[in-house]
Design a binder for this molecule. Structure first.
Ligand code: ATP
Ligand code: MG
Length: 432
């Protein structure tokens, strides 16, 4: 028995929750990224690229020790020198670390930055929930103005609109460092009264992170929270005005929204405005994007005392929605397939193809000496607009046959005497 007959699968598979994104799907990703970059640039944002690995401390200090991410979802390990390293679970902390490290606020008082890339969280993989996923993370640093909140939300809204997706916007305010602790005390009192009737998670969180309790999805807990104190009723004057001005900004821009006083977000650094873009089309993975203001975070990370606001969109969830709503990128096509028959024709074709590619056309040929029928099939599979057929006979006559693959019209075209001159003529003919 050879080793290939054994019933063991010797191939190495990807890790659970880590997904290959194959070329057909990548086209939709590229389309989403292209539209997103275009919109971000229209709103004055610049791209920044930051590392995937950071010191663990960066995340525990910013996201918060008593959050799901830091408690149980981070990929953390010791590097070879014994330093504690984490694969970033989100983008804001890394981006702000870079902002502080390079003193970007000195260059310009308000900075608009975005980054795109993979994030890592050890969660239970499901549809729209992976262990390596991708986010577009957008941040405005240096302004406290509620119009900036409305503008940032409007940009996220426009992106979804231009992608053709219908998603709803929910907003809330989490107050600031002066009013939130007072609300927190009220909430702790309320939760104490509920003790014994809460789910085990809420029972634990009521001590470690009471605000997060409000976000519980358990039906029974939710019914208890009907009588819970609401943060929106406990905002200080400044936070109340800030929220009203932000709402006014959304109204001025005709952006529909729903106030959801139970939305608290899973990261500790948020202050004032928080928002989520939600859909009911992805099961319990309802948030496509989410964000908020983080006015104390930059100072907490050792930077200047300046405010900021941002959001992150999940690429996988966007692309899933695009495929459900049939908004995927269309099939790709190429400009020309050169079908060459015989050794000499293949050599000429080899030079022609390169010359056309240098001049900007998407061109393919076959190197394996396949039959004309098989090469025409390849041209069809590649969705080629034109095919140029050259056999050894044609080569002798100095003429090939150019076929328009859609109309099926055929015409004779001369083959290159002077390659540069010929390339110019072909580019003109095929591009027109
Ligand atoms: P959820 O409530 O679904 O766990 P979250 O509040 O943890 O989301 P954020 O940390 O705010 O999400 O991240 C912003 C966006 O990133 C989410 O709206 C979602 O689109 C995406 N996202 C977050 N976690 C994952 C994941 N494990 N897999 C795929 N996408 C994710
Ligand atoms: Mg989560």
């Amino acid at each position: 028995m050879s080793r290939y007959d054994e019933d063991t699968d010797l191939s190495v598979k990807a890790l659970k929750g880590f997904k290959d994104i194959l070329p057909d799907e990548v086209r939709t990703w590229q389309m989403v990224e292209r539209i997103a970059r275009d919109i971000f640039h229209r709103f004055g944002f610049s791209e920044i690229k930051v590392p995937i690995l950071e010191k663990t401390e960066l995340f525990s200090r910013s996201i918060g020790e008593a959050t799901d991410i830091v408690e149980k979802e981070m990929y953390t390990f010791e590097d070879r020198n014994g330093a504690l390293i984490t694969m970033r679970p989100e983008g804001t902390a890394s981006l702000l670390r870079a902002f502080i490290e390079h003193g970007l606020h000195v260059q310009r008082p308000v900075q608009r930055l975005y980054t795109m890339g993979p994030m890592f969280r050890h969660e239970r993989p499901q549809k729209g929930r992976l262990r390596q996923f991708h986010q577009m993370s957008v941040e405005v640093v240096g302004s406290e103005n509620p119009k900036v909140d409305a503008e940032v939300i409007a940009m996220a809204h426009l992106l979804l609109n231009e992608l053709g997706l219908s998603v709803s916007l929910e907003i809330n305010s989490l107050g600031c460092r002066s009013c939130r602790p007072l609300f927190n005390n009220r909430l702790v009192e309320f939760l104490k009264e509920c003790s014994g009737r809460l789910c085990p998670d809420c029972e634990r969180r009521r001590h470690t992170n009471p605000l997060r309790v409000l976000d519980c999805k358990n039906e029974n807990c939710r019914s208890l929270f009907d009588k819970a104190p609401l943060i929106l009723d406990h905002l200080c004057d400044q936070c109340r005005d800030h929220f009203a001005d932000m709402e006014n900004g959304l109204k001025l821009l005709d952006i529909p929204y729903l106030v959801n006083p139970f939305m608290v977000r899973g990261l500790d650094y948020y202050t004032r405005t928080t928002f989520e873009l939600v859909t009911d089309a992805l099961g319990s993975q309802s948030a496509v994007g989410a964000g908020g203001r983080y006015d104390g975070l930059i100072k907490d990370l050792g930077g200047p005392d300046i405010p900021g606001i941002g959001f992150a969109m999940g690429m996988e969830r966007l692309v899933l929605l695009m495929s459900q709503q049939q908004k995927e990128a269309g099939a790709t096509s190429i400009d020309l397939f050169v079908a060459a028959l015989g050794k000499a024709a293949q050599e000429t074709a080899f030079k022609m193809v390169h010359g056309l590619r240098v001049n900007g056309l998407q061109v393919a040929m076959d190197h394996e000496g396949r039959s004309l029928k098989s090469q025409m099939k390849q041209a069809g599979r590649l969705n080629s607009r034109y095919t140029l057929i050259i056999g050894d006979d044609e080569l002798e006559k100095g003429e090939g046959t150019l076929r328009n693959m859609e109309s099926r019209d055929q015409a004779s075209v001369s083959l290159p005497g002077d390659l540069d001159e010929w390339t110019g003529k072909m580019v003109e003919m095929i591009s027109s």
